[in-house]
Design a protein around this ligand. Structure first.
Ligand code: LLP
Length: 460
């Protein structure tokens, strides 16, 4: 090496592991991550190599303790920093399945669902409809009927939905609704995951509010007690949610003046997480404190009583709780350009890099203290050049059969997974205190053709 060359710090996998008691959304690995005597990564007391041996790969590994800690930090933050009643609801679009619903429900959270399927899943997990909130910009009539029958709160997005609900509900059995409004607040995140700016497909335009409030107020079959707004996702600033608190309180004043019995404000979700060291989100507690105090001071300034405050995080509750384990297969070195290491999954189990150019870290689970001396491109196995999980990953030399682990894959990974190339979706296990339990079975070839129908005349 030339004396003038900068000496890059070569990290080991171990150095990515979190320190205990960090806020889950500020850690890269689950809070229980460790390294055992064999130099293997462990989560929830389970050896990742053993898990892959038992359940195969790719494998989603969900650490129960990290998910529970995140739920508790949200609830505790609101309890500590908000003077009124509060509720945390889990944006189940981040990862909806029975076991996740079960854990989150047992921590006392409610649920945000955005489709009949998410509603069904949540109900199947045993969650009471009194803590389910149904979102969506184009709910079907069948979905609205289902939500009404079950008695959940419907977060109404537009006029079509208001009209449908006014027809479906009766004054004797009114629809419990909130109104979703577009706050016109900009925040710095990927344009696909920004929702609060005025040019958004979600929610009522602020200019329409007097008309909407009057229309709803004139219909006894619509019992509207809340206002909602969501400004985007993976947000690192506190200011947008503080501004949102003020905007919602203003609207609440307008709605109450128009005769609506508004007692709840829902400020949405959106707190970011640390996928790589350069991400710097506030902790869950810091975010909750900022948002809660903004609502409190806006109410004090307008001399309004404190509403019940709801927030509905997804990513910051569950992203860091899960990692994905892959097995290394083929490698290819393009001399002078790069080395590809292919793993047995890719864009079908993690569509976020190809969709949002999201960055991830990766470690070799079987050699956690080995220096990461190689710069490689970790590619998936799909027939698409763009199927790259990580560009310029730092890893120790890898061999076919090695287990690589990508952290921060709990949010919008399984939930956006596909069967591209007819690859079955991975299995998932939950780990806790040294035990692993299957929560999602790996999809089989039979599963892949289960819904296929072959008209007799088309049989080969
Ligand atoms: N509430 C509403 C109305 C939402 O639309 C969302 C997310 C949330 C809450 C939860 O936001 P979070 O706390 O997770 O940021 N697929 C994208 C993220 C899309 C977010 C959609 N809405 C991704 O993989 O980054």
């Amino acid at each position: 090496m030339l004396a003038t060359e900068p000496t890059a710090t070569i990290l080991t996998g171990q150095q990515y592991l979190s320190t205990p008691n960090t806020a889950p959304n500020q850690a890269i690995f689950p809070l229980t991550a460790g390294v055992n005597e064999q130099d293997h990564l462990t989560l929830g007391g389970c050896d990742l190599l053993d898990l892959v041996q038992t359940y195969g790969s790719p494998l989603y590994v969900l650490d129960e303790q990290t998910l529970r800690t995140a739920c508790q930090q949200y609830r505790e933050g609101l309890r500590q920093y908000y003077g009124g009643e509060s509720l945390v609801i889990y944006a189940s679009k981040a990862w909806s399945c029975l076991a996740v619903c079960g854990i989150v429900a047992s921590e006392g959270l409610g649920f945000d669902v955005v489709s009949g399927g998410e509603l069904y899943t949540t109900l199947q997990a045993g969650v009471g409809s009194d803590r389910i909130y149904f979102h969506g910009n184009n709910k079907s009539e069948a979905e609205l009927r289902y939500a009404l029958e079950q008695g959940c709160t419907i977060i109404v997005d537009n006029w079509l939905e208001l009209n449908l609900l006014a027809d479906l509900a009766t004054p004797g059995s009114p629809a419990r609704i909130f109104l979703r409004l577009t706050p016109g607040i900009e925040c710095h995140t990927h344009e696909y995951i920004r929702t609060g700016h005025i040019d958004s497909k979600f929610g009522f335009d602020p200019n329409q509010l007097p008309e909407v409030f009057a229309w709803v107020g004139a219909r006894p079959q619509l019992h509207c007690t809340g206002l909602h707004a969501h400004i985007g996702s993976q947000i690192f600033e506190r200011q947008p949610h503080q501004d949102l608190g003020g905007v919602l309180v203003d609207w609440m004043a307008g709605a109450i003046a128009a005769g609506l019995p508004i007692d709840t404000l829902n400020i949405g979700g959106g707190l970011g997480i640390r996928y790589t060291e350069s991400d710097d989100p506030p902790s869950i507690t810091e975010w909750v404190k900022a948002a809660a105090q903004a609502v409190e001071s806006a109410c004090a300034a307008r001399n309004l009583p404190l509403p019940r405050l709801i927030c509905e995080p997804g990513r910051s509750l569950i992203a860091t709780a899960c990692v994905t384990a892959y097995t290394v297969g083929s490698t290819k070195t393009v001399p002078g350009i790069r080395t590809y290491i292919a793993v047995d999954g890719g864009m079908s189990d993690n569509p976020r890099p190809i969709t949002y150019q999201s960055l991830y870290r990766i470690v070799a689970a079987g050699q956690m203290s080995a220096p990461a001396t190689e710069t490689v491109t970790v590619a998936g196995k799909h027939c698409e050049s763009g199927d790259v999980l990580i560009h310029d990953a730092q890893l120790p030399p890898a061999q076919p059969g090695d287990v690589l682990v990508v952290p921060c894959t709990g949010a919008y990974n399984y939930s956006m997974a596909s069967n591209y190339n007819r690859i079955g979706r991975p299995a998932a296990v939950v780990v806790h205190q040294g035990e692993a339990e299957l929560i999602l079975e790996r999809e089989t070839y039979e599963d892949l053709v289960r819904g296929d129908r072959l008209p007799a005349r088309l049989k080969a």
